[in-house]
Design a protein around this ligand. Structure first.
Ligand code: FNR
Length: 362
């Protein structure tokens, strides 16, 4: 009998059993040596907590506001591609789980359900993740559709001028399904003789010349707030501020792009300091425990996004699995707050964590 997962990591094994190897590898893998993939998680483990006691924690409130939208906890669903490879209901199941858990789903540009299908399936607050195609007209048309359908923000992913080398996908000759948002333009199933079809597709279609100044173009075609996802340095955080974006997601794309990029939690503070509190900073990469969420908040993040665990939940149990992943993280965060003397998110401060560097110096 299959195990009943008691934590988020245990969904990974269920997903491995449920999925064809090609798809499991696609979801689980990272770029090249997968150094950053391990580091994203390990860096969280190197941070310890500084709990406070004898505080009234008889009531814990985890709710927060993201760009003005109230959610039940600072745990959102990261944009990840092609959910129908994990489950027949694809992104619709994920969106329904987001609605049930009262959180925000960021729908991937590379979704296997259309923006319309996801919008009509549930009343979750939805953000839309964007890449910029060489064909700006195609990008603009999709932005327009998302805006009309009530997506509340654009999450511009800026770490994919080219696709990272995910060796498992190259080895498996990864085949990708039809990407439904682009019917008529890229309607065929994606294949490549030389290796990963996704790599061939991304490198042919995405605009590698897009730069900070081009965010002005994006702003000119939409009224939606724009978050940039994929910032890892204080320098780029300042560029993002200058470009007038509404928020930053500290991310290394789940370590699927540039291997040896830093663990995201290790650079969060640098980005937070550079923004001087002017715009919200979110983070993703390696969040697997409620304690990880707590650590990210203590280091200045407003919320975290979760990628792989959501897909593993989807592969294992569909909508219910995604819900269970989010609820498990919420349960763990709530307990962490209680045991650390923090009844609300505002009570979580920099003093509640100790980094490895601080431990070595003390
Ligand atoms: C991703 N990610 C991603 N990001 C994005 O902006 N657009 C996308 O289409 C995808 N697709 C995608 C597919 C898969 C299978 C994974 C694992 C990741 C990156 C994602 O948004 C997020 O940054 C990471 O997944 C966060 O790391 P964890 O939570 O997976 O460790």
């Amino acid at each position: 009998m299959a195990i009943e997962p008691v934590n988020v990591m245990e969904f990974q094994q269920l997903a491995r059993e449920a999925l064809p190897k090609m798809y499991y590898d696609f979801y689980a893998g990272g770029a090249e040596d997968e150094f950053s993939l391990k580091e994203n998680m390990e860096a969280f483990r190197r941070i310890t907590l500084r709990p406070r006691v004898l505080v009234d924690v008889s009531r814990i409130n985890m709710s927060t506001n993201i760009l003005g939208y109230r959610i039940s906890a600072p745990i959102m669903i990261a944009p990840t591609a092609m959910h129908k490879l994990a489950h027949p209901q694809g992104e619709v199941a994920t969106a329904k789980a987001a609605a049930a858990s009262n959180t925000i789903m960021v729908l991937s540009f590379m979704s296997t359900c259309t923006v319309e299908e996801v919008a009509s399936s549930c009343n979750a607050v939805r953000f839309f993740q964007l890449y910029v195609y060489k064909r700006r007209d195609v990008t603009a048309a999709l932005v327009d559709r998302a805006e009309r359908l009530g997506y509340k923000a654009l999450v511009l992913t800026v770490d994919v001028p080219r696709l990272g080398r995910r060796e498992a996908d190259i080895r498996n000759k990864m085949v990708a399904p039809q990407l439904k948002n682009f019917d008529g333009l890229f309607s065929a199933e994606l294949e490549s003789d030389s290796g990963s079809a996704l790599e061939a597709y991304a490198n042919q279609t995405l605009d590698a010349s897009f730069q900070w100044k081009d965010i002005a173009w994006l702003k000119s075609i939409t009224n939606l707030p724009i978050l940039v996802k994929g910032v890892l340095t204080g320098e780029d955080a300042i560029k993002a501020l200058e470009a007038g974006v509404s928020g930053i997601v500290v991310s290394n794309h789940g370590a699927r792009q540039l291997d040896y990029s830093p663990a995201t939690i290790s650079v969060l503070e640098e980005v937070v300091h550079a923004t001087k509190g002017k715009i919200p900073v979110l983070i993703d990469g390696g969040v697997r425990r409620g304690t990880d969420v707590f650590k990210a908040l203590a280091l200045g993040a407003q919320a975290v996004l979760v990628g792989r665990p959501v897909i593993f939940g989807l592969a294992a149990k569909g909508e219910a699995g995604v819900r269970q992943v989010i609820e498990t993280l919420k349960t763990e965060l709530e307990l962490t707050m209680a045991l650390s003397g923090c009844p609300t998110l505002k009570d979580i401060t920099r003093k509640h964590v100790k980094t490895e560097k601080e431990r070595l110096l003390s």
